[in-house]
Design a protein around this ligand. Sequence first.
Ligand code: PMP
Length: 413
Amino acid sequence: YSLFNFTGDPKLEYAEWESRMDMMNSWFSDMKKSNRFLYERESIDGSKIISQVVDPETGDIREMLNFASNDYLNLTQDKRIWEKVKEVAEQYGGGAGGAPLLSGTMRIIKELQEKIASMKAMEASIVYTSGYAANVGTISGLLGHKDIAIYDMFSHASLIDGSKGSNKKFFAHNDPVSLEKVLKSVQNKYINKLVVVDGVYSMDGDICNLPEILDVAHYYGAWVLVDEAHATGVIGKNGKGTVDHFGLEGKVDIITGTLSKSVGAVGGFVSASQKLINYLKYNSRSYMFSTSPYLPAVSASLEGLKLIEKNEAGQDKLWENIQYVKNRLLKAGFNIGNAETAIFPIIIGDDNKVKEMTYQLHLRNIFVNPVPYPAVPRKLTRVRMTITAGFSIEQLKHTLNQVEEIGKDLNII
Ligand code: PMP
């Protein structure tokens, strides 16, 4: 989601921004009273399953089960990757020392770009320092003032920020009929139309209805961009992503994604035709004017992708865990929307209950994130749990017992 729906009118936008900022601040200060981990969380051992967290009130170190990480395959902790990372650090050192078009294109970066292109079944790729930079840089680099971006209304903020101040419209979440209406309404008004979707939605864990969305978009002559941030490593054969999941290789125009979730490193990418990638190399500002990614992270990404490609990154265990959690949450009667992947929203629609459930889970050393309004619509406020491959069924069982107990106490189920 984007926190703000920009209207294009600077005065209105500023008013909207101010009122939402006030709302967020009061919500968070309120949260701070009941939930000391929200604002001040400081983990001292990275993104582990059992994560050591400093209690900001007492200074004590508490061990919490970490249900807030996007490191779905726990590759940030994988020793096989770190052995390689050490070698690369010795060979290349740390920073790239220059932007890609100056001195910052190393052989290992090209290797990573080729690996991503082959995984995504596209002709070419470039990497960025983050998924955020990739999305903003791709969309803003491609679309001019005579073009328009048409977003699924649940698209990630980094995508929407790509057309900040330029033409955009939204269609109802995952709804090809709504997309068609929007496309019809803009048919003769713009030169290029870009339909933008997430492969897996970051707050809901549901999968994009890509086959129908592609059909509609292409019928109206629009391009399609899919952000594979939460899909890479999770869905599709050996974690290739949403496009592979639906057997639509070669049909999508642009694929973006991040190396910071399942891949276990940091960085972002875009994959497309060679022609389009060549264009972005000279027109995507967050690519051109930013130093190339940190080289040990490039190496971690490359090794992470190799493990994912061979299905040796724990994908089967991730899916065992996803199925277990999904079945238990559904059986208990929680509303988890259309969640199908490693992200589970426990939709409550009542900010006080969202706060209380989060707090109660934190007291029991289970770390989850609350998602309040305006991050999601009021009726859909939730506790968000992300599942990773590293949890044992015992740990999940313990957690779900607690979730159920609290759910009953708060009359959520
Ligand atoms: N797209 C989606 C759907 C995301 O959830 C995120 C990260 N939260 C990004 C892009 C940005 O990726 P990064 O963290 O690598 O900047």
